[in-house]
Design a protein. Structure first.
Lengths: 334, 334
DNA sequence: TTTTAGCACTCTTTACTATTGTTTGCTAAC
DNA sequence: GTTAGCAAACAATAGTAAAGAGTGCTAAAA
């Protein structure tokens, strides 16, 4: 357990480092941090904090830099909600209040807003459909060999997909299928569109398997591939001093370019709403040198998409988390 | 007009520079370029090519680098179609033959393929819908205050959008609207969904304007916002030596982050199929230090999307163009 | 016992210099 | 018209010295 002054020193170092990106010297803390003691005393505290693993040094005679343990302690114990300015509040409100027809657009707008306000890069992923409840399925014939399937879920999510057939299909056939699918699926979670449905339909349907098969295949495909990743403000990261290192910049672009990593990163949160991963805490090797804060957008416990902020370990956690909390509150009001 | 040997020298310099990214010395050209003369002779030729603006020097005693005029001459006059390897042909074929249900997916796959084969960053944009002919419009009621509109065009493009109402809507109303819209729009280009339609519908429809208005508004919005940009292989560019310059890297990320620039870039081609923009030839200031090759995917003169390769001015134009030509042929076969 | 001033020591950063190597342009010979 | 040879220009590299920032330790002060 850290005593009061050590906490203050740690907090001061973390915040100073977040602001300046330069190793923090004992001298720098004697002013403007409410620490009423000399640099020598602070040096002693720093030495001990380092011994306990909260701080790192880049070389023997350099200032201190927070270690991952230091950041973690800061996030868990020392974080105070940052005030959001009036302009920011106005900006956020106006953005979130734009009328959207599709939930995924709302997630994108939210990602966009968070990125704009925090000045970090944001990514988002669409809702996980699997456990949403099917409210309605509609099949629409387009021409004679193409159909669109539209699934409406309890959270208002609309998922549509196109299905092509190898033979002509009649309006009658579409209607029968529509009836049967609805009959079987209405009120069921989307993931039901897997095994059991298939057997049932093959048994019941009297006409060509050529018609039902592509429908089932495509629907199965669609419910699995909910990896609709959206990226916002990649360039913002490039203004940060850590991106002067080509290696960092390259790794970053590589991460954003690898959808699997981004999807993994967004889907791997335990907490209900906000998750913070600092450096090595990330499950993805590629992210070991970055920090990630994710925010799950939910309504009635149902996933409506997840937004993630990715930046240097020296991230302004306080700002990011405050903004997310505020946005969460705003979204709940809608 | 350049004499034969000058052409050879220019071509050799361009190709050598494309390969090595290092200024090309007179010595480097004496071997392996079919130039049967000494370095001194080549130096004379180089001096003259420079005087005529085809070559640049980075400093008094450096090798030569092609100028933009040099690249342009190379692209226009000296380009020879590069062979595509058997593996590449196989790869391209297998990628393009994957069954897709939506045209935009095909464009994405094509962009992806070009990026993989050329090792450059690719972007793509969906089809311009405006001049496509409406074949069918279907309205589907989802719940009581939401509707999906599906537009099918003559090129097989399916465009769908969700429309929300402020009051309950009946199936009957949907059907009436569907009939009227089809009546007015079938066989017309999509852009018809603007002024004239509106007047007609307001006149004819007997029931609430609250129902028709959102439909028209949303449809108008959809046909205008066909800026569905897709990015592939951003990280590939970062392996190129020019991206060791932080400024270049940053500019590049900025470009890819600015959808308007990318959209502009993809939409600004005069030629029927393949357009090449070298450095300053780009209409967008941000692209002055890059080269862009775009490829329009068309069927029966109708736009199905455009794919662009963006890379350094020292781009392997020959490879890129050859691959695009081959893919174009392949696409036509489908 | 805790805090602080003072100072030696460590290490980075910057500027400067010398050296090496590459490539050109020019001249004169072929 | 072509080429060999050579001086000059310049980049790149390595090495050195000086300056600056910051720590850790010691001993004195509180």
């Amino acid at each position: 357990m850290l005593d009061d002054r050590k906490k203050k020193v740690l907090q001061a170092i973390v915040e100073e480092y977040i602001n300046t990106a330069e190793p923090v010297s004992s001298n720098a803390l004697t002013t403007n941090h409410g620490l009423d003691c000399s640099s020598a005393t602070i040096r002693n505290e720093m030495a001990e904090l380092e011994k306990n693993g909260y701080l790192d040094k880049t070389h023997t005679s350099s200032g201190r830099v927070p270690s991952e343990k230091g950041y973690r302690y800061y996030v868990d114990e020392l974080l105070n909600d940052k005030d959001i300015s009036l302009e920011e509040i106005k900006y956020i409100s106006s953005k979130l209040e734009t009328k959207v027809n599709e939930i995924e657009d709302l997630t994108k707008i939210t990602a966009n807003t968070i990125s704009e306000v925090t000045h970090y890069t944001a990514v988002s992923i669409g809702p996980k459909t699997a456990n949403q409840i099917i409210e309605d399925i509609k099949f629409v014939l387009l021409g004679s060999r193409m159909m669109m399937a539209v699934i409406l879920t309890d959270t208002g999510l609309v998922k549509e997909t196109i299905i092509k057939f190898d033979e002509d299909v009649t309006q009658k056939q579409i209607e029968t299928m529509n009836y049967m699918f609805n009959n079987k699926l209405k009120g069921q979670p989307i993931e039901t569109i897997d095994r059991p449905l298939e057997d049932y339909l093959y048994d019941e349907m009297t006409y060509s398997v050529n018609v039902i098969k592509p429908v089932i295949e495509q629907l199965k495909k669609v419910i699995k591939e909910d990896e609709n990743i959206y990226l916002e403000g990649a360039n913002k990261s490039f203004d940060l001093p850590e991106f002067n290192s080509l290696e960092v910049a390259k790794n970053f672009v590589n991460i954003l370019d690898t959808k699997e990593v981004v999807a993994d990163m967004l889907n791997s949160g335990f907490a209900e709403d906000i998750n913070v991963y600092i450096g090595d805490e990330n499950k993805q090797d590629e992210l070991k040198d970055f920090s990630v804060v994710t925010f799950k957008h939910k309504v009635n416990g149902k996933d409506l998409g997840t937004i993630g902020i990715i930046g240097p370990k020296r991230m302004d956690y306080s700002k990011v988390i405050s903004v997310m909390k505020y946005i969460n509150k705003k979204l709940k009001e809608l």
